[in-house]
Design a protein around this ligand. Structure first.
Ligand code: DGJ
Length: 754
């Protein structure tokens, strides 16, 4: 429910377990008042009274720095990191946007091209649009807040409109920006009213309310590692400048007021629905107020906005939890499953796939692929995916990208011949593509050397021997739509893996005018989305999986088009336990591609047991990535058993709720669980990631997400107790009490009994 309180000039965005308040002080700015647990009437009264006192601009000092601002500017008397920056035609970079009006809209408006989460009637979603105006330049800022009350989520966007007669350059335009006051929120003398330090008052809040950050940095084959720690005074930029959301940092982060864990603490999550250069920036000010700006990266960005034009920022999904990280994940997972991903596959069980990449790399032919596919079919798999190397003369990664026609040396009967044979086995057929790339050794490059991103006269730097096509150009997208579309049609594909294997460099082109070169990163990204959209429309029943050298483009933007994403090229069971654990903070296991591969692992050379590899793969969107014809019969049989098991548990893993129980980054075990939508079945996965230290007391864990009043029985007549007991009393399965196997692992089933 969104309300405007006229008498006191503030907006209230009321979720079921959260309140967000912003207000308009006498000077016409926009102030952030509160984001947190629902407030009691007296706490609200106190908060508003303090705001009133504080909201007067005194002019005697840098007074706006003492205000908690919403979407702050720069250059007047708040010198903190601004939410936006513009350069006007007269060269000045000072803008002054003041509050003008608001609208409360039912549902969620259509923001045009690009990724956008949906709202359905049952969500009871409303959108607040706050209009700010810079009268001098006739510019307007529309701040949008879409509230999903039952998820305690806000989806924010910003639009800049040029109503004037001169162009303006956008140097920065965050999707969301706010100042979070320090704690404590619920304890201590200042309790719920959120005292506001800064106006010369002595405050101890710096200690009690200090901010912490959870981020997900990584690198190739080690994507999304969890890192938690205190924020220090100053500005911190979590970002990508690579043109993809990146291996190095995921566009999702959480800040918490003081120490938080899975169950405790006030946590604020920010997930960006964009897949290129992004920025989540925090500035911890001297009074411990935390400013957060999130949106497109301002680095190397300059957008020329002509008269009559508008620029729409991507979405930022903001989540609040009063009960630690688990509250953020629970709501984000459901939101992603229900309102971010869509299309034919949204609620359909995802097929268990067999991919030939680690099995053959580039060395395959029709017969070899069929042998592997037959073994996959025998084991119970459902979809065969032909990875890189099927086109032109692609015998290694140095050539042929862009030439999307079949290599008849490897596949003499063409893609159609192979797909017919695969379909004949009763398997679905999938194909790998990397549309955004061109190899200098290719017919496409020979014909159109100007189609790649480049700066005239400068070297074109390669990565993986390839250059990046300029996806901002419609003729490039048309070529890809035609050639790739033809291949997919001919092959009658059921699935496509869309790869993207390098960061962008020399981001320039000869089509845009000099003043528009700063737009190219974003134009590239919108071009990618456009091609994804066109191919989705042309092949509405095809399942698309996103991929970027493993998991370098794992974000809500891609998920809008591709309902699953390959998590990492690292298929080593142990490393995957950490990657998938950390990935789960924002992303549900349904969207996370997780495959069993052969040992020793192709990257780490480690050999984890098949059981471990299978349990990790079963905790996500399951697949196999190996030449299983080379496996021993006993291994193939064991694999077939896991495949059968996954078929049984798939509805719970893919469409149930996920809970983390033990954190492998902080303990010797990883454990997590899934609960079926009706809460009658649960699956508990436990992994001993490190041997326990000598003499260490083995502590157990409590389960989550069960119904307190139901009785749940561990499989086959094991422990039987109420949901309440499972959730309040620690439990440690026997094999982990004194594990002889340094890498013991197990899956436990729980079923509700009457
Ligand atoms: C990177 C992907 O992550 C791999 O799974 C594989 O498809 C290779 N590219 C193929 O070049």
């Amino acid at each position: 429910m969104i309300t405007f309180h006229k008498a006191k000039n503030y907006f209230q965005l009321q979720g079921e377990g959260s309140t967000y308040l912003l207000g308009v002080p006498p000077n016409g700015d926009l102030h952030h008042l509160y984001w947190g647990k629902p407030l009691s009437a007296s706490a609200l009264k106190k908060l508003l009274a303090e705001w009133k006192k504080r909201s007067l601009e005194t002019e005697h000092h840098v007074s706006r720095e003492f205000q908690r601002r919403e979407y702050a500017d720069f250059g007047h008397n708040d010198l903190r990191t601004p939410a936006f920056q513009l350069e006007h035609a007269d060269g000045y970079r000072i803008s002054e946007f003041l509050y003008d009006s608001f609208q409360i809209l039912p549902g969620k408006p259509d923001f045009g091209p690009g990724p956008s989460s949906r709202a359905e009637e049952a969500d009871q979603v409303q959108t607040l649009k706050v209009l700010l105006k810079d009268k001098l330049h006739k510019l307007e800022l529309d701040l949008y807040y879409t509230l999903y009350p039952s998820r305690n989520l806000l989806v924010r966007r910003t639009i800049l409109r040029n109503r004037g007669s001169k162009p303006v350059s956008i140097l920065k335009l965050s999707s969301a920006s706010l100042d979070l006051p320090p704690g404590p929120l619920t304890r201590g003398p200042q309790a719920e009213g959120q005292a506001m330090p800064g106006l010369g008052t002595k405050s101890t809040e710096a200690q009690t309310g200090s901010w912490r950050l959870v981020r997900f940095p990584g690198r190739w084959a080690q994507e999304r590692q969890m890192k938690e720690g205190p924020l220090q005074e100053g500005t911190l930029r979590l970002e990508s400048r690579r043109g993809i959301s990146s291996h190095e940092m995921n566009p999702f982060a959480m800040v918490s007021r003081g120490q938080s864990d899975e169950e405790k603490g006030e946590v604020y999550g920010f997930a960006l629905a964009t897949s290129g250069n992004w920025l989540i920036e925090t500035e911890l000010f001297r009074d411990q107020t935390l400013r957060v700006n999130a949106g497109l990266n301002d680095f190397n960005f300059k957008w020329n906005l002509g008269p009559g034009k508008a620029f729409v920022s991507p979405e930022c999904v903001m989540a609040y939890s009063a009960s630690g990280f688990s509250g953020i994940s629970f709501n984000l997972h459901r939101f992603i499953r229900e309102r971010v991903i869509g299309g034919h596959w949204q609620y359909r069980p995802r097929p268990m796939l067999l991919n030939n990449w680690e099995a053959t790399y580039f060395k395959f032919n029709h017969e070899k692929l069929m042998r592997i596919a037959r073994a996959g079919k025998e084991a119970g798999l459902e979809l065969f995916v032909l990875d890189d190397g099927w086109f032109s003369k692609r015998d290694d990664d140095t050539s042929s990208l862009g030439d999307w026609f079949v290599d008849k040396r490897k596949l003499p009967r063409g893609l159609r011949g192979l797909s017919d044979d695969i379909h004949g086995l009763g398997l679905k057929f999938g194909l790998w593509i990397e549309p955004e790339m061109v190899s200098p050794k290719s017919l496409l490059y020979k014909k159109h050397p100007g189609w790649c991103l480049h700066v005239p006269g400068r070297r074109r730097r390669m990565a993986r021997s390839q250059l990046v096509l300029d996806m901002s150009r419609p003729e490039v997208r048309d070529y890809l739509f035609e050639t790739i579309g033809k291949a997919l049609e001919e092959a009658r594909v059921d699935y496509v893996k869309w790869d993207m294997n390098r960061s962008l460099s020399e981001v320039g082109n000869e089509v845009l005018t000099p003043g528009k070169q700063g737009e190219l990163y974003f134009r590239y990204l919108m071009g990618v989305y456009d091609l994804m959209d066109r191919l989705n429309r042309r092949f509405p029943k095809v399942l698309f999986e996103g991929c970027s050298g493993g998991g370098a483009r794992f974000d809500l933007g891609i998920l809008h088009y591709h309902p699953q994403i390959w998590a990492s090229d690292n298929t080593d069971g142990l490393d995957r336990t950490f990657i998938q654990y950390a990935t789960s903070f924002a992303y549900p296991p349904l969207v996370t591609g997780a495959h069993i591969s052969s040992v020793p692992n192709h990257i780490t050379h480690r050999s984890m047991s098949l059981k471990w590899r299978a349990l990790v793969a079963m905790s996500g969107n399951f697949g196999v990535e190996a030449d299983i014809t080379k496996w021993r019969p006993s291994e193939r049989k064991e694999l077939a058993d896991y495949i059968r098991l996954y078929k049984e548990i798939r509805p719970i893993v893919q469409f149930g709720d996920f809970y983390r129980l033990e954190n492998p980054y902080q303990s010797n075990r990883a454990s997590w669980m899934f609960v079926s939508p009706d809460q009658r079945k649960a699956l508990v996965f436990v992994f001993q990631v490190k041997p326990p230290k000598k003499g260490e007391k083995a502590e157990g864990f409590k389960l989550k997400g069960l119904k307190a009043g139901l009785t749940y029985e561990l499989q086959n007549g094991g422990l039987k107790q109420s949901g309440e007991k499972w959730m309040t009393k620690r439990w440690l399965p026997g094999i982990f009490k004194n594990p002889k196997n340094p890498h013991a692992c197990e899956l436990f089933h729980l079923t509700a009994r009457r």
